[in-house]
Design a protein around this ligand. Structure first.
Ligand SMILES: *Cc1c(COP(=O)(O)O)cnc(C)c1O
Length: 428
């Protein structure tokens, strides 16, 4: 495929935007490609500025669960916009979205809207610290919770060591309170708590990790975490920014039957507009300003357009539980198809799937935590990615991401995708 116009845009962009992109994953650099510039998108398809047509398995990294430009979301938007684009004041739609989230999600009594997943996790941690009066937090190697300072901590630190910043500009002093444990490894958490008695405010986790490739938490691990947090009076925070309203209407909490004290949302709840939210039990959320002393604010928080789209999408998902059944079936179908190809060519790679999320790991061993994904075959991934990309199948340009499915992906398109994947894997 030709990418001349994308390349020209990219060269221009590099002069005015760092690295030519507004978020690093869009750079395509880990797949040795230049970024794609999109012209428009519809259903399961993305069309770039060179007129190429791709089957899109990025789905805006999650929000597009019904596919792009779904009429449910695009119809009548003109009327909504004409009522005003932002008020910076209260509007009834905020209530409706809060109701939908509280109703959907186990254990959440109250919710505060913000503008991104990053803001949601950052704010949830501030509230957990304010509520407990403790400073230290535990996160897990390989889990991503947005780019706020205290969460941008190197994967690679062992359980009992202090985290080291992933990025220059993040002071050691800030991340010294972030402790890093191993995913799916309860002993690493127990040891960490023991070494920091009565000092830990919260544990934050992606209950279905989607940012080291797709790695599910073991149910037993989450149950043990839940128990441990109760015993130690630590607040358990589920980061459901990817999994919320995608794995099930009630997110990973519903999927596992494990209820956290707080949860963070993003991506789907704004249907593609910049929205995040954090919520929790009433006693915890009462800490948030202006009802409590923990400050958190946002000029555009609860923006009327974003609330309107979020309400439309969540209402639809609530009324159509068969969406989740359909996505599960499609996900399982792709997984089985890929496993058959791996078997046919005797390739040892690991295919993970949970609902509408999938990752093909280019490694021959079982994957339970970040340690297991560190040595994947980058070269094989690049060759695989490029073959798919050249043949109109767009997956995330990184071996540590998920494939996202939407209801717009048809069975014929999945079969077509499998035929391209087969050719790509045959060439390895
Ligand atoms: C995407 C993501 C975030 C950050 O959300 P942004 O809207 O990009 O700030 C946080 N946590 C998880 C699990 C995510 O996947």
């Amino acid at each position: 495929m030709m990418h001349q116009r994308s390349e020209a845009f990219f060269q221009q962009a590099c002069k005015k935007i760092p690295g030519g992109v507004n978020s690093p994953v869009r750079a395509f650099s880990s797949a040795n490609e230049t970024p794609l510039f999109v012209d428009h998108a519809s259903g399961s398809h993305i069309y770039d500025v060179d007129g190429n047509d791709y089957l899109d398995y990025i789905c805006s990294w999650g929000p597009m669960i019904l596919g792009h430009a779904h009429p449910l979301l695009t119809n009548h938007m003109q009327e909504v916009i004409e009522k005003g684009i932002s008020y910076g004041l209260c509007a009834p739609e905020e209530l409706v979205l809060a109701d939908l989230i509280v109703d959907a999600y186990p254990g959440i009594d109250m919710v505060r809207m913000v503008n991104s997943g990053t803001e949601a996790t950052m704010s949830a941690i501030r509230v957990a610290r304010g509520y407990t009066g403790k400073d230290k937090i535990i996160k897990f190697e390989g889990c991503y919770h947005g780019h706020s300072d205290c969460l941008l901590v190197s994967s690679g630190s062992g359980a009992l060591t202090f985290g080291t910043p992933t990025s220059p500009g993040v002071p050691e002093d800030v991340v010294k309170n972030t402790l890093v444990c191993e995913y799916n490894h309860i002993d690493s958490v127990k040891a960490c708590i023991k070494a920091n008695p009565h000092e830990i405010a919260c544990i934050i986790i992606e209950p279905i990790a989607g940012n080291m490739g797709l790695v599910n938490a073991d149910k037993k691990f989450l149950q043990d975490l839940r128990k441990l947090c109760e015993e130690e009076k630590i607040i358990l925070i589920f980061d459901e920014v990817i999994s919320g309203f995608r794995i099930a209407y009630g997110g990973a909490a519903q999927y596992y039957g494990v209820t956290p004290d707080m949860a963070c949302f993003g991506k789907i709840i704004g249907a593609g507009l910049p929205v995040g939210a954090y919520g929790g039990k009433k006693a915890i959320m009462d800490m948030v300003s202006p009802s409590g002393p923990v400050y958190q604010a946002g000029t555009l928080s609860g923006n009327p357009l974003a609330m309107h789209l979020g309400v439309r999408l969540l209402t639809y998902l609530k009324q159509h539980p068969q969406v989740y059944e359909e996505l599960n079936q499609k996900g399982a179908y792709l997984k089985e198809g890929i496993q058959d190809i791996l078997n046919e060519y005797n390739l040892p790679y690991q295919i993970h799937q949970c609902g509408s999320l999938l990752t093909l790991f280019f490694t021959d061993h079982t994957i339970k935590s970040y340690r297991d994904v560190k040595d994947i075959d980058q070269k094989a991934f690049v060759s695989y990615f490029q073959y798919l990309y050249d043949h109109g199948i767009l997956i995330a340009p990184s071996p540590y991401e998920c494939m996202f499915l939407s209801t717009a992906h048809t069975m014929e398109e999945l079969d077509h995708t499998l035929s391209i994947i087969k050719e790509a894997l045959k060439r390895l």
